[in-house]
Design a protein. Sequence first.
Length: 147
Amino acid sequence: MHLEGKVTIAAPQNEVWNFLTDPNKVGSCVPGLVSMNIIEPDKKFGAIAGLGLGSVKVTFNAEIEWLELDKPNRAKMKARGAAPGSSMDAVSEMKMSRIDDKQTELVWTAEVTVVGKIASLASRLMGSVSQKMAGDFFNCVKSQIEK
């Protein structure tokens, strides 16, 4: 499934970059996040997060790895997660561009594949719920940075 969006954040590009590439800061915006741990600084981290699609609820144990970090313009990551009877793979990219000294445009995309029990039981909801969760995440990022 393909997800994408764009948000303008009232902050300098370096500030947006620093927030989005810090797992401890960005973790405050991850829906359903239970815990996060740094495996290898600036390279790999782990997360446990709950996901609910209608009446189907699962907890994913995931590993996230930065594939590319082009400070402060672009970041690309992959995530691989497992839950009982289900698995998830995602590749996400964020592109940041300076609008002016106080505004940054953030364009993001994600390719997500979910298989197993959750995919079969909640397939009708998955696309719209995933897009909403991603939108909520980036709206939270915006509000946290703009505080």
